[in-house]
Design a protein. Sequence first.
Length: 394
Amino acid sequence: MTGSGVAERRAVWMLALGQTLGYACFYYIFAAMVVSWQDALGWDKAVLALGPTVAILVSAGLAPFVGRAVDRGHGPRLMVGGALAGAASLAVLAGVSHPWVYLAAWVGLGIAQASCLYEVCFALLIRRFGLAARSAITRVTLVAGFASTLAFPAAAALTPALGWQGTVWVAVAVTVLAIVPLHLAGAGIISQGPAQGREGAQFAPAARDVLRLADFWRLAAVFSLLNLNHWMLISFMLPVFAAQGLGAGLAVAAAACVGPAQVLGRLALMRSEARLGTGLATRLTLCAIVAASVLLALAGLAPLLAFGFAAVQGAAMGVMTILRPMIVADTLGSQTYGAIAGMMSIPTLLSSAAAPLLGALLLGAGGVGLLIGVALILALLALGLALTAGAQAQ
């Protein structure tokens, strides 16, 4: 392996660690800290929950512009600038005393999420490696899958000693002292290589023209349906497991399987990379998501099948995180991947934001059975769209 190849491999691991810390500080901090915030600030849960929703909406609105910037070679600046924006927003969050200031901090965190997390990182890697980026993306997501595993224990350990404000200030320090240097070095090295994603430019659709393509809307529908399925079920796992007959301890244990299963799924994909193409891997993954919903429905008869649901759902969605950028680049071209992926992020992010609300409405209207039934229908629709696209391609 050449010196530049060794440096790029190291750079990918730098990005992987930066993504892990970035998701822990900018994304999972809400779930890890919300109980402490509610106890200390005394605000209604709806006010607190509005924060990450605002961040998702900001991230969705910025996604196309950020994607175009990566296509133009500004990925390293975005990743460093996004991390700095995240640090500033966390600093505001650490001193918050009014809901409007709290929401303003989440606007900044939405900017950080849009500028330096997965979508920008993947676009940077695809711009450098083209359709050969799958192994680099796999390594990044393999490590970043532990972000929640890091965030929750860290918050639990630091908050009693430092208070919730001190814990958020630790996140600021981690961002400035670790995430910014990792992004600066890792993205800088990757951007110095030739842009393989620009090859074959004469055959790639312009970003503004991709909205006229049926494939774009088909993929957007598939990813949005999957997000609705996943986040509806994940958001209400504990009450669903309880309704299916699991005790509190087993319900928590089953829910805890999702994160490790994501990592195991990505490891399995890495091991099968040479013999499992993106198309076949996608079809198998979608079938697994359908199977997961079936397992959850059957858990009413055999409650321990909830563990099977958590393992299969987690592994499948972990794999889909890797496959999604490759599907987009393979189907719509890698020349303007950043802009295309940014536009596709709008419906998929909005579906993630809407999923908890839809799940709550379904639970209220028809209980756990209706929620699982709708989730299964969403997974079947996503699989059907993907199979239709595959049949047309043949």
